[in-house]
Design a protein around this ligand. Structure first.
Ligand code: HEC
Length: 136
């Protein structure tokens, strides 16, 4: 029979990956973390999915729109750079993605990034966190 202690340990194991992939984030409680992920999920579904596809699988992505999961390239960039790309502050040659500066805040983008990071493998999430730390 499972002891109550073993049961509570398994709850921690289930919840851990959500904040584990956000080591640089200001998630001072697990509930805040979940609220942020929910917001990010809503924004992604509303404004990003039609081009970038399903955040975890990349399914439905348009040709030319990088998938945000481990198979893509997005995780090579630091958070600050991703925010600048999404808002449109960082121009690059041949940009086709619309800038979101007039409709989104930095917090909105950070919430979306939190959601996207759930779809990353541990190695990619860790690498992205390192790039983010080194960019500060
Ligand atoms: C109309 C289609 C479209 C929409 C909507 C869109 N994107 Fe993009 N996005 C692209 C394309 C295409 C690229 C590839 C570069 C380019 O053409 O500008 C891109 C590039 C990016 C990149 C750089 C990725 C990399 O690997 O370097 C990020 C990050 C990104 N998009 C995030 C988002 C987020 C977050 C949203 C929603 C808020 C969003 N995009 C909405 C089409 C779109």
């Amino acid at each position: 029979m499972r002891s109550p202690r073993a049961a509570s340990r398994s709850v921690v194991r289930v919840q851990q990956p959500y904040c584990w992939v956000l080591p640089n984030w200001d998630c001072d409680s697990i509930l805040k973390c979940f609220a942020q992920l929910e917001r990010g999920h809503d924004i992604y579904d509303q404004s990003c999915q039609q081009c970038h596809g399903d955040a975890a699988t990349g399914e439905g992505a348009l040709p030319g729109a990088p998938v945000p999961n481990s198979a893509g390239h997005t995780w090579h960039h630091a958070d600050s750079q991703l925010v600048d790309i999404v808002l449109g502050r960082l121009e690059y040659p041949g940009r086709t993605m619309p800038p979101f500066e007039s409709s989104m805040t930095e917090t909105d983008v950070m919430d979306v990034l939190a959601y996207i990071k759930i779809g990353l493998g541990h190695a990619q999430a860790e690498a992205q966190a390192t790039v983010t730390t080194n960019s500060r």
